[in-house]
Design a protein around this ligand. Structure first.
Ligand code: BES
Ligand code: ZN
Ligand code: ZN
Length: 497
């Protein structure tokens, strides 16, 4: 649906052309278009400032129904995310106008400091993300609002061949992100562990990634005592999806683990009414891992990538886990349950320990909507990164800046482990107090990863949103997919692996 085309505006007829403009400055190479930009800039209502927009219907010598001029702000200050947002805005304008198609003009190659490949990637990402609607659960009328059927990105003729693989990669990476969004937005009744496992399996097999779904019996044989403890209260039995992309000759193995609580009621430590809202998103870690594996299947990197997605529903019932119960994890360690709402770390403990033992990875990363405390620390738009490996922490932060899925490092102080002491078991799943909750959760996980190079990313804040921003509509955000793809297969991946 994304098409890279040469920007030969004189030859063809267009419906809508989106033209980025900097503050008081045209950044387009096409002479005819540049004249129209100057014309637009002469109007008092359009200066090319960030967020300025102007739709014009007299299009000079260019055969287009309308031109949508979008401001990018000062030319020296334009960043990748401004391009992403510009493209998203262009698509949204076209959607509002009930249009089926849009063409977006790339800035002239000489004008911005940003690397050309990254410019094209950003525009494609912004356009595709803005064009994504989650309408599956709406009535007929709403469903009539259709996403655009074609988005053209107009570049110079001599760039087309060179940038085509870049565009293909960008399209692939966004596809996994959008899959993750839909899964997170899906109502919890429609994604209980068995169903969600089936959905992931179907999509990953489409791209040639082998998938095995472990059921309750197998998980019991594998001694997943902590995970099965969480699943006790639900009528929907647990599953674990193991996705394995294993190219011939791979010398490195990466394991990605994603928290997959398809609904987190808190269990017997039932959440208050407000706390229950949005808890369908508690499987966003698993969704991000699945989305990443979907991209891996398309991108075909030369490393082995294993995705582990433990899936449970955390419910209160007569069979539910109690406060005071002691569970035995895969690692052999016993865990006293101090709070049934700290269930994510229980299912991750088994999964991390098992994956570590089974695959002996070079790198292990988990993504989890793990703690409200992380949201208190960093707000809704940033994830917390926990690792004792500084190089890995920096690589994650740099990737996060590039893809604009923001992350910030948080500490794992050794001495805080003392807070997780239990009187009866090897460790407790919660500290005796709530202070530093994101850090104590990370420290708990660290007990199950051995000496493997590992990072934990707490995505409780950014996994789900109620606000409508240009690239992201309310619902699942797909947070983590573009981040992991950049980290593992982006320009600096050699530093990570
Ligand atoms: N799924 C929640 C964390 C969460 C909260 C995610 C808000 C997204 C938004 C997690 O399972 C949880 O309930 N954590 C508890 C831990 C506490 C009991 C130590 C929390 O953060 O309150
Ligand atoms: Zn919980
Ligand atoms: Zn949870």
């Amino acid at each position: 649906m994304i098409i890279l085309k040469s920007a030969d505006l004189s030859r063809r007829r267009f419906t809508n052309i989106v033209v980025p403009v900097c503050e008081k400055k045209s950044i387009t190479a096409e002479a005819r278009l540049a004249a129209l930009v100057d014309d637009a800039l002469s109007l008092p209502e359009f200066e090319g400032k960030a967020d300025d927009a102007l739709v014009r219907y007299s299009t000079g010598g260019i055969k287009a129904e309308r031109l949508i001029f979008l401001g990018l702000g000062k030319v020296k200050q334009v960043e990748e995310d401004d391009l992403r947002r510009m493209a998203a805005k262009g698509v949204r304008r076209a959607l509002e106008l009930g249009q089926p198609k849009v063409a977006i003009v790339m800035p002239d190659i000489e004008t911005l400091k940003i690397d050309r490949e990254r410019q094209v990637t950003a525009v494609i990402e912004g356009a595709l993300m803005a064009n994504h609607l989650f309408h599956r659960y709406r009535g007929k009328k709403e469903r009539k609002v259709k996403p655009l059927s074609a988005i053209e990105v107009l570049i110079a003729r001599n760039e087309v061949n060179r940038l085509r693989p870049v565009a293909d990669k960008a399209v692939a990476v966004v596809s996994g992100s959008l899959l993750a969004r839909d899964w997170v937005s899906t109502p919890p009744m429609d994604k209980v562990p068995e169903k969600f496992a089936g959905m992931v399996e179907k999509r990953l097999e489409e791209v040639g990634v082998s998938v095995e779904v472990k059921d309750h019996k197998e998980l019991a044989q594998m001694k997943f005592g902590a995970l099965l403890g969480v699943a006790m209260g639900s009528d929907s039995p647990a599953r674990m999806v193991v996705a394995d992309y294993h190219p011939e000759g791979a010398t490195k193995t990466v394991v990605l683990v994603g928290k997959g609580v398809t609904y987190d009621s808190g269990g017997l430590n039932l959440k208050p009414a407000d706390g229950l809202k949005g808890m369908k998103s508690d499987m966003a870690g698993a969704a991000a891992v699945a989305g990443t594996l979907y991209n891996v299947g398309q991108l075909q990197p030369d490393v082995r990538v294993v995705g582990i997605m433990p899936l449970v529903e955390n419910m209160p019932s007569g069979r539910a886990l109690r406060v005071g119960d002691v569970l035995k994890s895969v690692s052999g360690k016993t865990i006293e349950v101090g709070n049934t709402d700290a269930e994510g770390r229980l299912i991750l403990a088994d999964s991390l320990a098992w994956a570590n033992k089974t695959y002996k990875p070079d790198l292990m990363i988990d993504l989890a909507t793990l703690t409200g405390a992380c949201m208190v620390a960093l707000g809704q738009d940033m994830a917390g990164v926990f690792t004792v490996d500084d190089k890995l922490s920096k690589a994650i932060t740099r990737s996060s800046e590039r893809v604009h899925e923001r992350c910030w490092p948080l500490p794992m102080p050794e001495d805080y482990k003392a807070h997780l002491k239990s009187d009866v078991a090897d460790i407790a799943n919660v500290a005796g107090h709530r202070w530093g909750g994101a850090s104590t959760a990370a420290l708990f996980l660290s007990e199950f990863v051995g000496k493997t190079r590992w990072a934990h990313i707490d995505i409780a804040g950014p996994a789900f949103t109620q606000k409508d921003s240009l690239c992201i509509r309310p619902g699942g955000t797909g947070f983590g997919v573009r981040l992991l793809c950049d980290l593992l297969f982006g320009e600096e991946s050699s530093l990570t692996l």
